[in-house]
Write a protein that binds this ligand. Structure first.
Ligand code: UT7
Length: 320
């Protein structure tokens, strides 16, 4: 078994910034409602940038940050629920543009837990010796699946990509990973796939917008995530209060404050960037890592935690 560490982090966002005030010009909402309920004040929205474009830019900046050549990467996983195509995978299309050749490339669908699930696979494969350097990317263009007349979702979700490289390491810095799913909650956040009728099947899905039962998902997140964080710490000789940084999926500032309270941890240890980025689903954790990494000190204890559609959730406990 090999040790593993995270080495190299990057992010990419579309240029266009959409504020709460801009939204209030075309739907029945307000800056005050969005800020107080979610902690979001603006987000970046694609005006043409594709999921692959953002994945490539985030991946390249992670490689530069980690001082890693594209040819060294032997595994690429892109976590996304908003790919440009289901064939080829975003990972294959992005790898080509990054100059990554002969790596094993595939996409993974676990919504807002996607980066954690993809990281678990990458870390496990490196541990076993199958691969040496894995590029894990979370990339979403959520704006293309939002109903821009549905104020319960379109003020929340946004576009972006984040990436991290995992490599073999003499010292093991990934101390534990715990993930889980519960299909009983599969109708709480949904996004159908467009399908055309054909000669044999008259059924057609002509609208494919995302839907979310926000209140139920809020209850799920504030119940399961604190338990999952305690699970990932179990058997490691560390308690929640020993952790220096909590980098959670950036869905809602109130969710983070509630989790901090349940864990009896100072809420300032929970890094937040949803204020300027909104909820970017699978991209939000690596994007947050990219924004906070300069503040990490060697030896810092970090929890990454994602939760979302499926229902899915999971946490990683790592040392910087
Ligand atoms: O990323 C995947 C995981 N997702 C999450 O973790 C999201 C979890 N859920 C949440 O973060 C919160 O439930 C929301 C931010 C989505 C909603 O906040 P809430 O405090 O749960 O609001 P609510 O859905 O209970 O709605 C309260 C009121 C409703 O009006 P009434 O029925 O009380 O008259 C809504 O119609 O707020 C209304 N409302 C809005 N008002 C202004 C809903 N959306 C808006 C809006 N602007 N954009």
């Amino acid at each position: 078994m090999y040790g593993v560490k995270m080495k190299g982090i990057g992010k990419a966002i579309p240029e266009f910034k959409l504020s709460n005030h801009d939204l209030a010009e075309f739907i029945d909402t307000s800056d005050e409602w969005i800020q107080t309920r979610t902690g979001i004040s603006s987000r970046h929205i694609s005006t043409g940038e594709t999921t692959t474009d953002l994945a490539v830019l985030a991946g390249q900046s992670a490689l530069i940050d980690g001082d890693i050549e594209p040819e060294e990467i032997d595994l690429v996983i892109v976590a996304t629920v908003t790919p440009d195509s289901t064939m080829p995978s975003t990972a294959c299309a992005a790898a080509k543009r990054m100059g990554i050749k002969k790596a094993t490339c595939f996409d993974l669908s676990a919504a807002c837990s996607g980066f954690i699930f993809a990281s678990e696979i990458a870390v496990s494969f490196i541990r076993q010796g199958n691969y040496k350097k894995a590029l894990v990317i979370g990339a979403e263009v959520f704006s293309k699946v939002l109903n821009w007349e549905d104020r319960s979702t379109c003020v929340l979700f946004a576009d972006g990509a984040g990436a991290a490289v995992y490599t073999r390491s003499e010292q093991d810095q990934i101390l534990n990973i715990v993930t889980a799913s519960d299909g009983e909650g599969s109708d709480l956040i949904t996004l159908p796939v467009l399908t055309k009728s054909n000669r044999f099947n008259p059924n057609e899905v002509s609208e494919a917008y995302m839907y979310m039962d926000g209140r139920e998902v809020y209850k799920f997140a504030t119940t399961e995530v604190p338990k999952n964080i305690l699970d990932v710490l179990e058997g490691t000789n560390y308690a929640a209060n020993d952790i220096d940084w909590f980098i959670l999926h950036q869905a809602n500032a109130r969710i983070m404050d509630s989790i901090a309270k349940k864990l009896q941890v100072d809420k300032e240890k929970f890094f937040k960037n949803m204020d300027s980025h909104g909820n970017t689903s699978a991209a939000s954790i690596p994007m947050a890592l990219a924004d906070v990494k300069e503040q990490f000190k060697p030896g810092d204890k970090i929890i990454l935690s994602g939760f979302g559609a499926g229902l899915t959730w999971g946490s990683i406990f790592m040392i910087w």
